[in-house]
Design a protein around this ligand. Sequence first.
Ligand code: ZN
Length: 328
Amino acid sequence: MTGYRLLACLGLPLLLGAGAAAPDLVLPVACKLGRNCAIQNYVDRDPSPAASDFRCGSRTYDKHSGIDFRLVSMAEQRRGVAVLAAADGKVLRVRDGVADISVREAGKAGIANMECGNGLVIGHAGGLETQYCHMAKGSIAVKPGQAVKAGAPIGKVGLSGNTEYPHLHFTVRLNGKVVEPFAVGAQPGRCDGGRSLWSPSAGLAGAYKAGEVLNAGFSTGPMTMPAVQENGSDQPRPTRSAPALVAFVQAIGLKGRDVQKLVLTAPDGSVLAENRAAPLDRDKAQWLSFTGKKRRGAAWPAGRYQAHYTVLRGGKAVIDRRFDLLLK
Ligand SMILES: [Zn+2]
């Protein structure tokens, strides 16, 4: 066992170079995973044109260099979610002034050499550097040379640079090289090992999901991806007189051949509607499923309507989510 491995085993700070310890990292965004944000992508650890995350999964894409903390909706971004310094350090570089526009509108040429959008780099002890991208225009609250403390607000999540949805792209470098903060030092090609740079307080142990639900809820009509990207699970809420009753799920991290099923059950236990989709033809960074029914009678029967969404991968459930709606 090498000295480095021994230290990692003992849970001591990672010692680098001449004894300077790289600090542990706190969560760099003021959101709650599973509630108003999720990790959309990890670092691509595959040097080939293929892509593989630190668990040998597909929660990444070719050459992706950081962790993407995605807010559940544009509405959440407009409410303002703070970006936080991941550790004590000194601000090295800052860029602000890039418009908060989806790259779908701005075009790749419009953000050339500004892929990070509004962002900054912080230098820490032990050769560690953290970079924060796609922040909101005008939100950056620190200047080059400024000392910052772990957890200090440094700006807000935005939609600047090369992004289609509001998220913080967070890159960690050790001695100038990009590392996967969940698995520093993991052997190439291995699906485990390495040391997490996250402090226990970051709450990221067990954060990795093979696939997950970003938004789920009910609406009064067919759902569209723009509507769910805009307002997340907060859609027109059905009442007993709603013209239709629709259950929807926006899932992320799905893989080719995943089999999704969404079943909506009436208060009496009968199946009101179901969506049994064909297996996915390829990996999907995000996918919207919905199912529902138009109202026939004068009103929907009162009671609890239940939705059950499952994703099977190789016959095994990777997502199993139930949610319900009470109509009075
Ligand atoms: Zn990213």
